[in-house]
Design a protein around this ligand. Structure first.
Ligand code: NAD
Length: 311
């Protein structure tokens, strides 16, 4: 299939590589031409502009940082105008329904171009492995049409059709909002527990054996606890963007978001302190400072028998 791909960053560069390896004819574009070197070596064609990237595409995939860049590429960059009638635009960026709707009403609908929102979870390592979780919003027909392409990027059982247009963006924002909230709540608990004198490994094992257990504590936080890795593959700038979009969505819907707004502020403080390019787990460091120690498990990490622990 002829696929245009725009946005070759931490996620998109792996995704475009999978499409090339699956034998698709892929044209790539990014504001950083050097980001395309590995794809050109695999046979991709380079496009000098978003419009050129879209011109002959049956599918146009965008993997861009935020709603502003999606709008820049589709409208000002001319990709929407250039897409042939019948083409399908798949936006895999974490963005908002409002921008995609504007692109559709201003250009796509009149030209007979279809669209799907299909944001992803799974971090850069999921993109690299081709095992992303994908949350698609759009019609049944467009989802079925996109499925063979999506299956090149994600694990088939993790590709979910979550509803009509816009539902994919919404589900993705809700996932990130809850995950960032887990990070802040868990960090606060660990800071208090260790400062009160409980061993970090014992505290973690006790929490995991209790009704307060979470995937976040068991699995996702391990990169910090075992390796001191705050996950630079997802930048604080993007995390703060996602939190801002989620809180804005709550405002638009008239749903109060006291907790989410607080989590956003804590993330913004960490971004100011640790930098826009720091990893998404950097807010943990705010709580390590409060605890007066880094949260690290001794090596090798030993499982404790805490089956008797309850809350
Ligand atoms: P990134 O910043 O690493 O990559 C974005 C790419 O888009 C860059 O190569 C940049 O040069 C390019 N770009 C920006 N504006 C452009 C424009 N106007 N025209 C052409 N190219 C442009 O971001 P990422 O980490 O790859 O994330 C991409 C999207 O996926 C974001 O919406 C993010 O929230 C989401 N996401 C990221 C992760 C992760 O772990 N990194 C996980 C899930 C979802």
């Amino acid at each position: 299939m002829r696929i245009g791909f725009i946005g070759l960053g931490n996620m998109g560069r792996h995704m475009a590589r999978h499409l090339l390896r699956a034998g698709h004819l892929v044209t790539v574009h990014d504001t950083r031409p050097d980001a395309a070197a590995e794809h050109l070596a695999l046979g991709a064609r380079w496009a000098d502009s978003p419009a050129e990237c879209a011109r002959e595409a049956e599918f146009l995939i965008t993997m861009l940082p935020d709603p502003r860049s999606v709008e820049a590429v589709l409208l000002r960059g001319g990709a929407a105008e250039a897409l042939p009638a019948g083409a399908l635009w798949i936006d895999m960026s974490t963005s908002t329904p409002a921008v995609a709707e504007r692109v559709a009403t201003e250009v796509l609908d009149a030209r007979g171009v279809h669209r799907l929102d299909a944001p992803v979870s799974g971090m850069a390592r999921g993109a690299e492995a081709g095992t992303l979780q994908i949350f698609a919003g759009g019609s049944d027909a467009d989802f079925r049409r996109a499925l063979p392409v999506l299956e090149t990027l994600g694990a088939p059982e993790r590709i979910l059709h979550v509803g009509p247009l816009g539902a994919g963006y919404t589900v993705k924002l809700m996932i990130n909002l809850l995950w960032f909230s887990h990070l802040v709540a868990t960090s606060e608990v660990l800071a208090m527990g260790v400062k009160a004198g409980v061993d970090l490994a014992v505290l973690r094992a006790s929490l995991l054996a209790s009704p307060a257990a979470s995937n976040f504590l068991e699995r996702d936080l391990m990169c910090v606890l075992a390796d001191g890795d705050y996950d630079d593959s997802f930048a604080m700038a993007l995390a703060c963007k996602d939190l801002g979009l989620a809180v804005d969505l709550g405002r638009d819907l008239g749903v109060s978001t006291e907790l989410s707004a607080l989590v956003e502020q804590i993330y913004r403080r960490s971004k100011a302190q640790h930098g826009a390019l720091a990893g998404e787990m950097s807010p943990v460091r705010l709580y390590e400072s409060l605890a007066g120690q880094e949260f690290r498990l001794p090596r090798p990490v030993v499982a404790l028998d805490t089956t008797a622990v309850t809350v």
